[in-house]
Design a protein around this ligand. Structure first.
Ligand SMILES: Nc1ncnc2c1ncn2[C@@H]1O[C@H](COP(=O)(O)OP(=O)(O)OP(=O)(O)O)[C@@H](O)[C@H]1O
Ligand SMILES: [Mg+2]
Length: 356
């Protein structure tokens, strides 16, 4: 039974002997560091935390004096990808039956997802300070814009030279673009009440794919839908969630090349990621994944994704993701984006089944 518990834990466990080599590892820690068992056992534990000499000191103190440490923030190192990732470590002495210290037990929690989600939320916090300013400005800009548009239209009717009317068409369409942008910003900043109902997320996705069908067929994009039929209904605002999936699927289409593939996947969340968040809902949640095989996102752009007005597109407004995040957070959910430049992007939307 102990063996089963050891293998079933979602936190990583390492048993370290007195000479600081790893004696045992469980599957969770193997997954976290992306190495197989053989590459753990017998290896020095410091290999896993190369940039943190104080971890070695702390393990030595556990071995010498039997003290323990809880929730040490530290960086693990994935050798295969050569990338550090945040972990939380708890160190305890491993005692034999007569109470002698035989080694140390390291409990390793992967904090990557939690860290990322906190960073996103921080971007949103900065945002609220901007909100009142934005709203005020938006009003001020819209009024003169209305005047510019109306005058351009009148002038256009007067003109006969087609080349000149073309210039005015540009004025009018650009004014319209600014107007749309402002409208979206105002919708974004204006707090909107959630109209919560029991909804079927598959129906929401079906409506959105219908809406995007034309763009998809035109560009020969393969849209695969892998839905979990046992997915529960969720309590949410259908219209607002439609906006979220519209934005995410639109991004996936825009990133895809012609004949690319987009997958929509639904499943029940195993819950770890949401449980790990202090603000989250401990109840059950579902995940919707939008997986594209498009151009991907460069590393430097990753941290700006949820910053309002950040866009790499000539016609983008850079509001799709921040608006979507705000809606999902209002529902007590989370959005996580992972991407590899050149290979594609995955957007995961976690939504609690029940609102409280
Ligand atoms: N699936 C994706 N693949 C590649 N890049 C993406 C993807 N989703 C988002 N991005 C990047 O994130 C940026 C911000 O996305 P966001 O949806 O907020 O704005 P936008 O798509 O540029 O404009 P808008 O959605 O307002 O029309 C995009 O400009 C793009 O660089
Ligand atoms: Mg977008």
């Amino acid at each position: 039974m102990f063996q089963n518990i050891f293998s079933s834990l979602i936190d990583g466990i390492l048993l370290v002997s007195r000479d600081l080599t790893i004696q045992k590892s469980n599957p969770a820690v193997e997954e976290m560091f992306r190495r197989s068992k053989d590459l753990f056992e017998g290896r020095p534990v410091t290999e896993l935390f190369p940039i943190q000499p104080d971890i070695q000191n702390k393990i030595e103190r556990v071995l010498d004096s039997g003290i323990s440490y809880r929730d040490l923030e530290c960086e693990g190192f994935q050798k295969s990808t050569a990338t550090p990732f945040p972990v939380s470590l708890t160190l305890s002495p491993y005692l034999d039956q007569s109470g002698h210290i035989q080694g140390a037990i390291l409990q390793v929690k992967d904090m990557s997802l939690l860290k990322e989600l906190q960073d996103y939320s921080r971007t949103l916090d900065n945002l609220s300070q901007m909100e009142s300013l934005t709203l005020g400005m938006a009003h001020e800009i819209r009024n003169p814009l209305g005047g510019i548009r109306a005058s351009a239209q009148l002038l256009r009717q007067e003109l006969e030279n087609p080349e000149q009317t073309e210039y005015l068409d540009v004025v009018i369409s650009e004014v319209d673009r600014i107007n749309r942008l402002i409208e979206r910003m105002m919708n974004f900043t204006r707090p909107r009440e959630l109209n919560i109902q029991e909804i079927n997320i598959h129906k929401v996705l079906k409506d959105i794919t219908l809406l995007e069908q034309e763009a998809v067929t035109q560009r020969n994009i393969r849209l695969e839908q892998v839905y979990d039929p046992s997915l529960p209904l969720i309590q949410a605002d259908e219209d607002q969630l439609k906006q979220v999936f519209f934005n995410l699927i639109k991004n996936a289409i825009e990133a895809s090349s012609d004949r690319g593939k987009i997958q929509l996947i639904t499943r029940v969340s195993t819950g770890y990621s949401i449980k790990a968040s202090p603000t989250a809902n401990p109840g059950q949640s579902i995940v919707v994944e939008i997986v594209d095989s498009g151009m991907g996102i460069g590393e430097s752009d990753m941290k700006n994704l949820f910053t309002p007005l950040f866009t790499t597109k000539s016609k983008g407004s850079g509001l799709g993701l921040p608006i979507s995040l705000k809606i999902v957070e209002n529902h007590g959910g989370k959005i996580k984006i992972t991407s590899e430049a050149g290979l594609g992007t995955t957007a995961q939307v976690f939504l609690p089944v029940q609102q409280r």
